[in-house]
Design a protein around this ligand. Structure first.
Ligand SMILES: [Zn+2]
Length: 300
């Protein structure tokens, strides 16, 4: 499904964009690689192949749509990332890739609606960068979470080396040797290479049953898992007045509950790195890279 902003509309408005140095796409050896028996595979065909490998097949309603350029063009290379940031787009251009598979939106809202951005210089800069360089962005959010195992959770557990800790009885739960809450937070910080990691709860809390919801599932799924038999919930992000306050109240009331907050990007990036391994079987022979979007925040 294409977004309402047509290319013509974009070209009319793009004159408002800030002047940016853009290199024309150089012809490369990769551009000539034929990866399908009857010629080059189009980006649309590559995405159809990806979707055919997801249980349940094509969804009628999904945010996993094309966000830019023409998916009818021949696929040259794929970049997977948590977020198609401007920095990631520039790296993809440097690698001569023309498909970015992103987990989260490109234009600052869940549905990637752009009507409200038509005069916005930040949007216009990013849109021009994508269109001038024929970069197709496709979102891989709903389908990747529908994959079994959930692609994001699997990549996360793989990076933690925790796959063997997964509880077969309870979804999104691991059972680990008892570990004090602050030490557990430091383990995540080290293994996921985080600059920041926060926890809520009694530092003496011994954690063995760990609920894991990378990303931003919201207070509903967060609190539902906290209500089950877990010691600590590990998440990407939450509003401070929702899950964070629920756990602070629980700890204050003497209940053995803790929360560890990793950051949204850093908690889901391992799952998008895992896309690269997965693609080796789904689209063998296609040049592909994982480019991390990185934690957006800088501490002082
Ligand atoms: Zn996600």
């Amino acid at each position: 499904m294409r977004l309402p902003n047509s290319r013509r509309q974009f070209l009319r408005l793009s004159s408002l964009a800030m002047a940016i140095p853009l290199m024309p796409f150089p012809p490369t050896e990769q551009a000539k690689v034929s990866i399908a028996p009857n010629g080059q595979m189009s980006i649309q065909q590559a995405i159809d192949t990806i979707i055919s490998h997801i249980p349940g097949g094509k969804l009628d309603t999904t945010v996993d749509t094309f966000k830019s350029s023409d998916p009818g063009q021949a696929l040259r290379g794929i970049v997977s990332t948590f977020l198609a940031t401007t920095a990631v787009i520039k790296e993809a251009i440097a690698k001569h890739a023309n498909l970015i598979i992103t987990h989260e939106p490109t234009f600052y809202n869940h549905l990637d609606e752009t009507d409200w951005l038509q005069q916005d210089p930040v949007y216009l800069y990013k849109r021009k960068l994508l269109e001038d360089n024929h970069i197709v962005v496709w979102r891989f959010h709903d389908y990747w979470h529908r994959h079994r195992p959930d692609g994001i959770l699997h990549g996360f557990l793989q990076k933690m080396n925790w796959l063997s800790y997964l509880d077969p009885q309870q979804e999104n739960t691991c059972i680990i040797p008892p570990t004090p809450l602050p030490k557990l937070a430091r383990t995540f910080k080290k293994k996921l290479e985080l600059d920041r990691c926060f926890y809520i709860g009694d530092p003496r809390l011994s954690c063995s049953r760990i609920g894991i919801l990378p990303g931003a599932w919201g207070r509903g799924p967060h609190i539902e898992l906290l209500q089950k038999d877990i010691d600590v919930l590990v998440i990407g992000e939450t509003a401070e007045w929702e899950t964070a306050e629920y756990v602070r109240d629980a700890a204050e009331a003497g209940m053995k509950k803790g929360l560890i907050v990793l950051g949204h990007a850093m908690s889901e990036e391992p799952g998008m790195a895992y896309v690269l391994d997965w693609l080796k079987d789904v689209l063998p022979g296609v040049p592909a890279w994982h480019i991390p979007a990185h934690d957006p925040f800088v501490g002082v």
